[in-house]
Structure formats: structure tokens, C-alpha cells
Design a protein around this ligand. Structure first.
Ligand SMILES: Cc1cc2nc3c(=O)[nH]c(=O)nc-3n(C[C@H](O)[C@H](O)[C@H](O)COP(=O)(O)OP(=O)(O)OC[C@H]3O[C@@H](n4cnc5c(N)ncnc54)[C@H](O)[C@@H]3O)c2cc1C
Ligand SMILES: *[C@@H]1O[C@H](CO)[C@@H](O)[C@H](O)[C@H]1NC(C)=O
Ligand SMILES: *[C@@H]1O[C@H](CO)[C@@H](O)[C@H](O)[C@H]1NC(C)=O
Ligand SMILES: *[C@@H]1O[C@H](CO)[C@@H](O)[C@H](O)[C@H]1NC(C)=O
Ligand SMILES: *[C@@H]1O[C@H](CO)[C@@H](O)[C@H](O)[C@H]1NC(C)=O
Ligand SMILES: *[C@@H]1O[C@H](CO)[C@@H](O)[C@H](O)[C@H]1NC(C)=O
Length: 577
């Protein structure tokens, strides 16, 4: 079985050539428009309907679009051409009648490198890849980047997107922002909307860097650059015995280090990753496996297999999948390539080719044989993504707790190890009001999400326990662009400068035209008053009664196994009547 998967993997790895780019995220007909995210769904499975979408191409058109919304008292949100955020932040309203959407898909023409000041200024809708390519052509490098390149310049900073680093200004992109132009509502005399330029010394920059789109529309972003460099990367697939002792040193020793932990396999993959001079030989590429095009048949087969293991409660099947995937990743170095393929460590390449990837986004649509694995058109992968940012000082204890949970039954963790296990990265303390107030360690984990919201998942109690442990026992902060609603509970109290952010919001957008019930839900982090049946299954609530889980299929509300205060939906078969 494992061998079979392994061959299917190698086969599809060698064969991916033609890709189907993602579908447009806004689709309209005569009656209105629907906004999708890249996964084709929003947290609660309800569409985001809007009356009108506009595609400005210049800053003045952007200003007019905001003026139109303000004059007509419409709710308004801005979305990029990617819409890669999981929470419904970019949705202006639940009623399409009174809302408009501004897309930056066509506002992407200008990228200006200022060599003298080592900075670049780009239009909001410019993609990260376009930005990086321009910057590198001019002999510079952008230091931080999320690992996924399918994001816009403004969208990525607005949710606090990050790579991994405690060095220099750190791994979060917004901490390299030195200027922002923002379009905000204005009085009638000022033409209903105006552009404000926020410079490096302005206090307001700390609000505008990470703003979740609720302050106004970012028109331009200026980022600081460094002299061009290369990166040298080695992955060490080793045992996971010492993560809790090593993670601090790892971050100090390697500028861009990270750790991928596969708890069920007892494997930790240390990424040794430092910058090296441009003269260092090597023309490597980081083409991360998870972001490569997958043969559609392969993605569908994995999904179908995963679903059948879910339906038959076959944990062992999941473990076999996890084992073969981890083996395959080791073989191909997660997608690092010295040239056409991986031939050995270290892999050295230009920063622009090593810092971020997303090859499933491109390729000519000659054939529709392949796509991103999660493309909603193909019934491919569908999963949750929880991302928690811990104060570094608390992270060791969290790992110890997760190990206790794992040691009770390692097989319970196979479901995440089919994806990327628990991925560990570093983000430095930031002056941004909604950035990390202290040096932090980030974890990311993905796990199966059923097609039907009322279908529970295998070992869901484990994921819920880790989620609650992270956010409530250890006070981790949720990544603004990921997570299920419960991750945001009490979020305000986790940011010492939260009130300063709210004050800036009141100042810039006093009528709250850029706020919606969706963004309020995230930003204000309060639990819904009426907890509906099954609300815990999709992370809309923490269960307090069995009906918040799925009693008819045997999932009841129970205490956590290690973090006893957690309340989780656990399969308790004797309960089925
Ligand atoms: C496969 C994948 C991998 C990822 N990997 C990482 C990772 O490694 N690290 C990480 O930190 N994140 C990661 N993310 C999350 C991603 O970086 C964020 O979701 C990012 O915000 C997406 O950018 P976008 O351009 O698609 O923004 P959108 O989703 O379009 O918008 C995000 C938010 O920004 C606002 N916004 C967009 N444009 C503007 C504007 N012009 N002015 C004001 N507000 C605006 C929107 O209203 C919304 O609130 C990943 C996501 C995916 C799907
Ligand atoms: C238009 O789109 C909406 C939302 O997707 C859908 O409900 C409606 O049936 C569509 N109408 C037509 C005429 O296609
Ligand atoms: C859509 O919005 C634009 C402004 O962005 C406005 O000019 C246009 O009239 C609107 N169309 C409809 C049908 O509301
Ligand atoms: C702007 O985006 C479009 C896709 O929407 C892309 O084809 C084009 O290359 C981008 N323009 C620039 C200057 O990068
Ligand atoms: C990998 O890590 C182990 C410790 O777990 C260490 O002993 C070994 O030397 C490392 N390998 C490399 C190539 O650095
Ligand atoms: C989801 O499952 C529930 C319960 O099994 C069922 O009542 C409902 O019809 C299903 N919904 C969809 C969209 O299939």
C-alpha cells in the first residue's frame, strides 16, 4: 500500500506540466455577484453576495470607488485577485443590497524600485511574485515572504502574513513596510474620499501595516529591501526528541530556519536555512511540493481515499498515507531542486527563487490535467488550517503537552501528518498594533474537513484540544488570515495596543463603512449568543453540550485528555442508541 502511494507520488511529480490556474474569485451575473475565497468556501458555508464589484486600474479610480460607497452609504470591502484568506474578512455584508466590493485584480501596474533608498513601492494589487521578480532584477532582495506566493502586496500585509525569522526586522512582511498610501472616506467637501500618505515616522503606520482591510483601501505599499543575496537550504529529517529544547537555538542559528514536526511519525524536519553571498555557486529553486500542480486525478484520489478512511473510521489507513507522504517528501527534499530535480544538499539559489513558491498558480491552460490540490472545481483537498502564534517563552511547554497527548496514541496524529504535520516558524516582535507584541513561535496544522458541515471528523477531539490548548491555555494569538472562528475568542485582550487600533479605525472610518458583521466577528472575537446544533464541528463554538457536537453519529462533548479544561467533540460509540 505504502509503496503504491509512493509510486503514484513519484509519477505525478514527474508528470506535472500543464496546469489549470485558479478560477476568478468574483463571479457575477445579472442579479449580482458572489465572492469566493481560493478554497471556494467561507467558514460557515454561506455565500458572500454583493451587488456590485468594481475593478479600478488607477489610484484615482480607487478613490472614486470609495467615494461612491461613502456617498451612497454602502458597505464596502476590498479583495485581491487571489482572495486567499480563510476568514470572511473581505465580505462586505450578508445582504447583497447595500454593499460593493472593490477588487485590486487590475490595480497592479506600478512597481518602482528606489535604489538609492533601497526600497520598493508597489500598487496594492501587485502579486508577491511580480514584486520579487522586479526587485531581484534591480539587484535587491525582499527579505521576508509568506511561503505561498499567490498573494497581493496589500492583502499579504493586511493579515500579518509571514515567513520565518527572528533576525533583523523579522519574518513578518509588514515589519518591512516603511510607507502606505491609504484611501479613506472623507467629507462631501473633500469629494467623499481622500488619499493619505503614511510615512515611516507616523504613528498611524502601526495601525495601517496590519489592518484587516477595516481602515480603508491601501493603494500603495513601500517596503524596505536589502542587497541581493542567495540562500542555502538543507532539510534534516531526524527524530523529534528535542524540539522543545532546540527551537530557540534553531531560530538563533539559522536566519530562515523552521521545523516541520510529524508527531505520529516521531519525525522532526529541521530546515537549516541561511543567506549566502550572491557569488555562491548554485541555481536552485524551492518548488514546495504542497504548492506544485497536482494531477487532478491524483488530488481527487487522495481526497476520495481520505474520505473513505474517514467514513470507515480507518485510522491505520491514514497512518499508512502519512508514512508514505513523509517518505516521499524526504526523497524529493519537499520540492527543493538544485536544477531540474533534487540531487543533494545544500540547495543554493537566489533569494527570489527560494523564499516563496506556488507553481500550481501558473502554466498555460493548454490542458486541464492539473491544478492546485485544493482547487474547489475538482473535489480535491479540503481541510482546516489552524495557525497560532505563541509567546516564545511558553512554546516549550506547549510542545511538552502535545507530546503527552501524542504519546497516549500516536496514531491519533496521522490525520495532520498527511498534510504538513505541525509546522513551526518564527515571527519577531512588532510595533504594529495587530502584529506580535513579543518574539513569537507560530504553529500551523491542517486536517481533514468533510464536505458536509455536519459531518464530524476522525480524531476531531485531538485537533480541538490542541486548538484550545494553544489559544486558551497558552494564550497564543490567531493568524488573522487563517483559523476557525473559535480561535478569535478573546483576541482583543491578547493585543496590548488593540485600543490604539480601534481608535485609528474610528478616526479614519467613523461610519464604519469598511466594517461588516464578518470582520467584526474576527476583530471583536466574541462568541455567538445562540450556539446552534453542531456548532463545534466547524469551530463556530466550543461545545458545552452534546448537541453542539454530533450525538446522532456518536460525537459527544467531553473534556480534553491532557488539557482537561478543553471541551471537545469526542467519538464515544457506546452512546449511539
Ligand atoms: C496555500 C496558502 C499558503 C499560505 N501560506 C502562508 C504563509 O506561509 N504565511 C502566512 O503568513 N500566510 C500564509 N497564507 C495566508 C495568506 O498569506 C493570507 O491569507 C493573505 O492575506 C492573502 O493575501 P491576498 O492578497 O489573497 O488577500 P485577500 O485574501 O484578498 O485579503 C486579505 C485581507 O486583506 C484585505 N485587503 C486586501 N487588499 C487590500 C487593500 N488593497 N487595502 C486594504 N485591505 C486589503 C482584505 O479586505 C482582507 O481583509 C497562505 C494562504 C494560502 C491559501
Ligand atoms: C446568478 O447568481 C446567483 C448567485 O450565484 C444565483 O443564485 C442565480 O441563480 C444566478 N442567476 C442567473 C440568471 O444565472
Ligand atoms: C457599481 O459601482 C460603481 C462605482 O464603483 C458605480 O459607478 C456603478 O454605478 C455601480 N453599478 C451599480 C449597478 O450599482
Ligand atoms: C497584473 O495582473 C494580471 C492578471 O490579473 C497579470 O496578467 C499582469 O501580468 C499583471 N501586471 C503586472 C504589471 O504585473
Ligand atoms: C541532524 O540532526 C541530528 C540531531 O537530531 C544531528 O545529530 C545530525 O548531525 C543532523 N544532521 C545534519 C546533516 O546536520
Ligand atoms: C449534511 O448532513 C446532514 C446530516 O447527515 C443532512 O441532513 C444534510 O442534508 C446534509 N447536507 C448536505 C448539503 O448534503
Amino acid at each position: 500500500m505504502a509503496i503504491l502511494w509512493w509510486f503514484v507520488g513519484v509519477f505525478s511529480y514527474l508528470l506535472t506540466i500543464q496546469a489549470m490556474p485558479p478560477a476568478p474569485v468574483v463571479q457575477c451575473n445579472q442579479t449580482g455577484c458572489v465572492l469566493y475565497n481560493a478554497y471556494g468556501v467561507w467558514g460557515d458555508r454561506k455565500d458572500c453576495r454583493v451587488q456590485n464589484v468594481t475593478y479600478p486600474t488607477t489610484e484615482e479610480e480607487l478613490r472614486l470607488a470609495v467615494a461612491y460607497a461613502n456617498r451612497n452609504k454602502l458597505k464596502v470591502k476590498v479583495v485581491s485577485r487571489f482572495s486567499h484568506t480563510i476568514p470572511k474578512l473581505a465580505c462586505p455584508s450578508s445582504q447583497s443590497g447595500n454593499s460593493v466590493l472593490i477588487s485590486t485584480a487590475k490595480y497592479n501596474s506600478s512597481i518602482e524600485v528606489d535604489s538609492a533608498n533601497m526600497a520598493v513601492t508597489a500598487d496594492a494589487g501587485v502579486s508577491l511574485r511580480e514584486l520579487i521578480n522586479k526587485v531581484e532584477e534591480a539587484g535587491f532582495s525582499l527579505v521576508p515572504a509568506p511561503y505561498w506566493e499567490g498573494v497581493s502586496v496589500a492583502g499579504m500585509i493586511s493579515t500579518g502574513s509571514h515567513g520565518s525569522s527572528w533576525w533583523g526586522k523579522g519574518g513578518a512582511v509588514h515589519d518591512h513596510v516603511i510607507g502606505i498610501s491609504l484611501v479613506v472616506p472623507a467629507s462631501e467637501a473633500e469629494g467623499y474620499a481622500k488619499i493619505i500618505k503614511i510615512g515611516p515616522q507616523d504613528q498611524l503606520l502601526n495601525a495601517a501595516k496590519v489592518s484587516l482591510g477595516v481602515l480603508g483601501v491601501i493603494s500603495k505599499v513601500t517596503l524596505s529591501l536589502e542587497k541581493g543575496f542567495k540562500r542555502s537550504i538543507t532539510y534534516n529529517f531526524t527524530d523529534d526528541a528535542f524540539i522543545e529544547n532546540l527551537f530557540m537555538d534553531h531560530a538563533k542559528k539559522y536566519e530562515f530556519g523552521d521545523i516541520t514536526w510529524y508527531p505520529s511519525r516521531q519525525v522532526a524536519v529541521y530546515r537549516y536555512d541561511n543567506r549566502v553571498p550572491l557569488e555562491t555557486p548554485g541555481d536552485g529553486v524551492n518548488d514546495f511540493l504542497g504548492f506544485q500542480s497536482n494531477i487532478i486525478l491524483f488530488s481527487k484520489t487522495i481526497r476520495a481515499t481520505e474520505s473513505s478512511f474517514e467514513n470507515s473510521r480507518n485510522v491505520n489507513g491514514k497512518c499508512i498515507l502519512a508514512e508514505s507522504f513523509v517518505g516521499f517528501k524526504k526523497l524529493i527534499a519537499n520540492g527543493l531542486k538544485n536544477g531540474l530535480i533534487f540531487t543533494g544538499y545544500p540547495v543554493v539559489g537566489l533569494q527570489g527563487k527560494m523564499q516563496t513558491s506556488g507553481s500550481c498558480l501558473y502554466s498555460p491552460p493548454i490542458d486541464i490535467a492539473s491544478s492546485c490540490a485544493w482547487d474547489p472545481r475538482i473535489n480535491g483537498l479540503f481541510f482546516y488550517e489552524s495557525t497560532a502564534l505563541f509567546p516564545a517563552t511558553k512554546f516549550g511547554d506547549f510542545i511538552r503537552d502535545v507530546k503527552k497527548l501524542r504519546d497516549l496514541n500516536p496514531e491519533n496524529f496521522c490525520g495532520a501528518d498527511i498534510y504538513n504535520g505541525i509546522m513551526i516558524r518564527y515571527v519577531k516582535a512588532s510595533p504594529a498594533y495587530l502584529g506580535q507584541p513579543e518574539d513569537s513561535v507560530v504553529i500551523d496544522f491542517n486536517y481533514y474537513r468533510a464536505d458536509n458541515a455536519s459531518t464530524p471528523r476522525l480524531n476531531e477531539d485531538i485537533w480541538e484540544e490542541i486548538e484550545q490548548m494553544a489559544f486558551f491555555k497558552y494564550g497564543a494569538r490567531p493568524h488573522w488570515a487563517k483559523n476557525r472562528n473559535l480561535g478569535f475568542l478573546g483576541v482583543q485582550s491578547k493585543y496590548p495596543n488593540f485600543n490604539k487600533f480601534i481608535a485609528a479605525k474610528k478616526q479614519l472610518d467613523p461610519q464604519s463603512i469598511f466594517s461588516s458583521e464578518w470582520s467584526d466577528q474576527i476583530l471583536l472575537g466574541s462568541e455567538a449568543a445562540d450556539k446552534g446544533d453542531g456548532c463545534a464541528l466547524e469551530g463556530q463554538c466550543i461545545c458545552s453540550e452534546d448537541k453542539h457536537c454530533s450525538p446522532s453519529t456518536g460525537y459527544l462533548c467531553k473534556n480534553g485528555l491532557v488539557y482537561k479544561e478543553a471541551r471537545v467533540c469526542r467519538y464515544s460509540p457506546s452512546s449511539i442508541v
